[in-house]
Write a protein that binds this ligand. Structure first.
Ligand code: SF4
Length: 394
């Protein structure tokens, strides 16, 4: 009886036979032969509704890279200001100068945020803000130096390509000069935000004032040239088409072929609330998992794909660990950008909670630093009850 033997057969074999008989069989052959997928393949993956087959393919690549290892980082986010001249329609975070709700942290307020958590073994400090009209470059450099002085052992991952280009424009410096000065102050990596979708059509609709896609890629490449690393993002689930998502990924793949400087690809799930796009149909779980899986398949030269739990929610991020993602990001501590746009996740997870999510998904948690070097601790990481249990998995 075939059904009986099917039940006792390892599930991976069943899935393999399923995919081999599916419309994605030729893509399976390419994945097994470790051959680069084409734009056409990417489009077909997005068109297919065989989500489990797509996930199976992405998981093959994910496990080829990392086996069961799943990474997380003990990090802290600091948003120094939300005052921004760009007014992107999808952004719930920014305010015009003088507008109610705008903020700019003084350097001693930034220092106080770092000091509050000095007892925790944080390895990465993530700093981003808006494009402030007249904040001098010295503020940014002093901010970085202050954090570095207080946390010499942590990596400072700071400022999007958009902020870097804005600073260069305001200060009449070249992008390279800005990056070099930030590097000397202590910045070691760029977080990768601001890429949104590279499509000029979408950028005209959403963020015509913002640094364009060529500019974003240029800042990333220049950072790589001087030895800084960076992440790359895609904001999806608003006005973009599947083809525009694919083209975005392929532009990143081409840049990575050139420099090899990208660490992680981060698909950012768009949050609709409080934005100029509140009427946009909310994205679905299918879109989340498919976007992560297709990115794992197309971005064959990116070592890591992140399921950013802040935007996805912890439960969806956990499922994504079987759809191509190998990294959950980190503890975060205080997140404003996604939450001002209605993200329903908590604002922090403890190390125990992150590792619990990973283990419950059948994966092996590995604490990493910004560059994915495993962090070895002599004692168990402290468990910090930041949130009442039960409120975490909203
Ligand atoms: S997305 Fe960034 S650049 Fe655009 S308005 Fe918001 S803070 Fe400014």
């Amino acid at each position: 009886m075939e059904s009986v033997s099917m039940i006792s057969e390892p599930s991976a074999d069943i899935a393999k036979r399923w995919v081999q008989k599916s419309e994605l069989a030729d893509i399976y052959d390419k994945v097994m032969a470790d051959r680069r997928l084409s734009r056409e393949d990417g489009l077909r993956l997005f068109q297919s509704n065989d989500l489990l087959a797509i996930g199976f393919l992405a998981n093959l690549v994910r496990e080829r890279f990392h086996g069961e290892k799943t990474y997380w980082v003990y990090n802290q986010h600091i948003n120094y200001s939300n005052i921004c001249i760009n007014g992107c329609r999808f952004c719930a975070y920014s305010r015009q100068q003088g507008e109610e709700g705008g903020f700019l942290l003084a350097l001693d307020q930034v220092a106080a945020k770092v000091k509050e958590r000095l007892h925790e073994p944080i390895t990465e400090i993530h700093v981003v803000g808006g494009c402030h009209p007249d904040l001098p470059f010295s503020y940014y450099l002093d901010l970085v130096r202050e954090i570095k002085k207080m946390r010499p052992e942590s990596v400072i991952k700071a400022f999007t390509a958009v902020e870097v280009a804005h600073l260069a424009h305001n200060e009449r410096l070249s992008v390279s000069e800005v990056l070099q000065a930030l590097k000397e102050a202590g910045v070691q990596a760029l977080p990768g935000g601001g890429a949104e979708v590279f499509s000029n059509r979408v950028r005209q609709l959403l963020c015509p004032e913002k640094l364009n896609s060529e500019g974003w890629l240029q800042v990333a490449k220049e950072a790589h040239l001087i030895g800084m690393r960076s992440n790359a993002t895609l904001l999806y689930g608003h006005l973009e088409t599947a083809a525009e998502r694919v083209d975005h990924m392929l532009a990143l793949r081409e840049a990575q072929d050139e420099t090899g400087g990208f660490i992680t690809f981060i698909p950012l799930a768009f949050q609709t609330a409080n934005t100029g796009l509140s009427g946009v149909q909310p994205r679905t779980g299918f879109t989340d998992l498919k976007t992560i899986a297709v990115s794992r398949l197309l971005l064959d030269n990116f070592a890591h794909i992140k399921a950013y739990w802040i935007m996805l929610g912890a439960k969806m991020a956990q499922i994504a660990l079987h759809f191509g993602a190998d990294d959950l990001d980190g503890t975060v501590m205080e997140e404003r950008i996604g939450h001002m746009a209605g993200a329903q996740s908590a604002e922090a997870l403890t190390p125990d909670e992150l590792q619990g999510l990973i283990r419950a998904a059948g994966r092996q948690p590995v604490e990493r630093d910004t560059f994915f070097k495993p962090v070895v601790r002599s004692t168990k990481s402290p468990s910090i009850p930041l949130y009442e249990r039960g409120k975490i998995f909203k």
